[in-house]
Write a protein that binds this ligand. Structure first.
Ligand code: 13P
Length: 249
């Protein structure tokens, strides 16, 4: 049985005070027994948020990680630094990184490997653009993005990772994939991985991301191959983030 994971991606939003207040409001809204909840915080606020979520069920994540171990890589943050800052998760290959900052499939795979080497669980983000969907390339894009990681890390490495399917056309647009559209791709991803390793595929958490909100979360999270959500805009308010979290249970 796969555990549901509801993960916020705060992106480049908020001040120190706002990040602390948001983290505190999420923690305050938890109930006994809650688990499977995480927030991916801007690097500079990781330690502020850490001191609030530490010893609570809220896991800490980063939004990216360097593709190198250490050294002269100005501006980068290593997996070891993330581990040291209390991160359990790091997003890799978010579509905003791929499209605005040129993160290639190969560099995403290297980031994935670096995170895993340090015991930080990589959350591999994959998904097609609108143009790719319209050209019938949804599955082949997902394949290509997964394949680069499998080639670098091996299929077994996916056992200690999370995949987030985020159709680019649904991110920040208010246009969510329908329950059926999302389930179709999630099932495709799982079936494809099962051809390589059944056990890994069955146990892998595959999150959906793209304009998820309390109003549409229930339907999405009820799909058999959707194991949680990676939430942008709606994770910036404790009420809507927790609303999504509650609709999963
Ligand atoms: P939105 O929920 O704002 O569409 O963002 C999704 C996302 O990119 C999460 O990583």
């Amino acid at each position: 049985m796969r555990q549901t994971l509801i993960m916020g991606n705060w992106k480049m939003n908020g001040s120190r005070a706002e990040s602390q207040a948001l983290a505190q409001a999420i923690v305050d809204g938890l109930e006994p027994g809650d688990q499977g909840i995480a927030v991916c915080v801007p690097f500079v606020y990781l330690s502020d948020v850490r001191s609030i979520v530490e010893s609570t069920p809220v896991a800490l994540g980063a939004q990216n990680v360097a593709d190198q171990e250490k050294g002269a890589y100005t501006g980068e943050v290593s997996a070891a630094m993330l581990k040291d800052s209390g991160c359990s998760y790091a997003l890799v290959g978010h579509s905003e990184r791929r499209s605005y900052y040129g993160d290639s499939d190969q560099s995403v795979a290297a980031r994935f490997c670096q995170a895993q080497k340090e015991g930080v669980t990589p959350v591999l983000c994959i998904g097609e653009t609108l143009e790719e969907r319209e050209q019938g390339q949804t599955f082949s894009v997902c394949d290509r993005q997964m394949e680069a990681v499998i080639e670098a890390a091996g299929i077994e490495a996916l056992a200690n990772s999370v995949i987030a399917y985020e159709p680019v056309w649904a991110i920040g647009t208010g246009k969510t994939a329908t329950d059926e559209q999302a389930q179709e791709v999630h099932k495709y991803i799982r079936d494809r991985l099962a051809e390589k390793n059944q056990e890994v595929a069955e146990n892998l958490q595959i999150l959906y991301g793209g304009s998820m909100k309390p109003e549409n979360a229930k339907g999405l999270l009820a799909q058999p191959d959707i194991d949680g959500g990676l939430i942008g805009g709606a994770s910036l308010k404790a009420e809507s983030f927790l609303g999504i979290y509650r609709s999963a249970s």
